[in-house]
Design a protein around this ligand. Sequence first.
Ligand code: SF4
Length: 708
Amino acid sequence: TALPPMAATRTTCPYCGVGCGVLARPDGAGGLAPVQGDPDHPANRGRLCGKGRSLADTLGGAGRLTRARLHGRPVALDAALDRVAAGFAATLARKGPSGVAFYLSGQMLTEDYYAANKLAKGFLCTANVDTNSRLCMSSTVAGHVRAFGEDLVPGAYDDLDGCDLAVLVGSNAAWCHPVLFGRLMDARGSRGTRLVVIDPRRTETAAGADLHLPIRPGGDVALYQFLLVEAARRGLIAAPAAIGLADALADARADTPDLAAAADLTGLTPDSLHRFADMVLATDRTVTLFSQGVNQSGAGTDKVNAILNLDIALGRIGRPGAGPFSLTGQPNAMGGREVGGLANQLAAHLGFSDAERAMVGRFWGTDTVATGPGLKAVEMIDALEDGRIEAIWIIGTNPAVSLPDAGRFRRALARCPLVVVSDCVTGTDTQALAHILLPAAGWSEKDGTVTNSERRISRQRAVLPAPGDALPDWRLIQAVARRLGFGHAFDWRHPSEIFDEHARLSAEAARHFGRRFDIGGLAGLGRQGYDALAPVQWPVPVSRNGPQSGPRNGQLGHAGTARLTLSGDGARMVAVRHRRPDDQPDTDFPLVLNTGRLRDQWHTMTRTGRAARLAAHSPEPCLALHPADAAATGVQDGDIATVTGRRGACLLRVVIDAGQRPGEAFAPIHWSDAFAAEAAIGRIASPVTDPLSGQPELKHAAIRVERW
Ligand code: SF4
């Protein structure tokens, strides 16, 4: 007789910032049975996209890193960890704290992130701790800090259900955040929510919109300046005492004194601008969702603040069904932000002032807290190149493909005397340049928490044992910390103890510095309470006496919305000016390359590339070209083209697409040389960064296209 099916484990999808709940169970043959959406998870209510549904297909089998390697040869894990610790100790002795660095990932669980950040910033005295989240949402972080004094996302997914107008800026949500897009489509059906999409490309998201504004790349600040000017002209400023209103409005008027100026800077018609202004300004319940088209820009922070300025002026921040909402790309970009996973943060939303460093030092029991911000992702390329960094530990990411100017990064990494990579898969382009590989536990094999785009903390839970010598990242970090003599500060036995420390630190930061990121109410859960934690949205302060609404389905947590109420008067408007992207086309490089994700792939395909049904959606690296550009270039649909930028070249299959703006091409980010020869688009991507956030301008590089 058949055995009864094993009970499903509630966990969280690792593929994007929506943070969908997943029900997973072993298949009895060493893998996972096909997963299902968790109907009780507030983010997805049972829904999953194709990537989520294919999770079981992306695990196990060949290509799994299960043993440590030293110079490519298998070695005992203890011996590899000895070499990592000895190498870091020698580099610290030779170069000081600035000679070592960590490059982390928004894939890491909060507990892993916390451990890495504590080791580097608390005990190695270096803030050279950055992450691929720098490429994802750091402009939003900088914009939030300028407007709200802290990295706060005021909105929640409930706003998508209750808005009358959704404006998507630089977001192809139908492909990149499909479950949230599904919620918007539900709202469209139930309450007639209208949709405006601002995107140079006619994406699948744009194709279903009431209004698509095919904006000129870099025109977003001017578009929102125009709306602010229009709001003032129509007498609609609802927060006249908002800090910075006069200066922000003056700069908006300087950029877009009239409709003609706005049309010129945005590349949009006066009619469409008027129509857009009528819709946004007349609809109180308007949510503005922004994503990588805003963030991945040399003016990303100003774009974010231009969007926030309008909502502050209109009094829409923190109101149900309204306000700005950042869609993060990575599953735990938010959790990383909370523990200080960026080079310019300390921990718990704190910076590097003497008072903040002293408080964190007391909490961690160390007097070697990093003295100031460290190197951001793109700055690390320079530091590797000129020898300032001589030891780097890369965790759970593939920067040899994903960083801009990836060819230069590869050359710089090849010069570095000690490159450590921990990962759950083998064969990445980055690993080819590593001296030591450490086997990490992957999704479904480890326990911890992640925070999604609406500040909701959810558990990832282990369903399967980790194979071979693979360990959770925090265990690998702990092992190195012990070897370096810091075992007393890293004596955790279970991730619940790290989470507890993180929660207590957030409460201290809230008490001393008034930080709104406060999960002190989740301290003291113990292992049992942590295991039972249901999705919960921060803030959860101590005064609320722990989880907010008691047990639900036998778990602790709450499914409700914790709204951050920021009045317009309590937020700051920031004066910004339009400026065009840096890498402008010329006669040698006459086209502009935009980059982004495909529907069924994730990052550099290290996991989604293993699932045949995901690969079927778009099996080859490609370049979308407008028909006029294809004709001018002499290429046809299906041709292989050499795409050359100022920093490198790729081979891509041409796809003729009338949804492209003339003069602009598009290529997906996913392929690496491990999957297709000379396909890594990072070789072409521009290393120009936003001066405030350090986020690279991945969506604008001048190129030329030639038939191969
Ligand atoms: Fe996973 Fe994102 Fe898809 Fe949800 S929307 S199933 S989190 S990839």
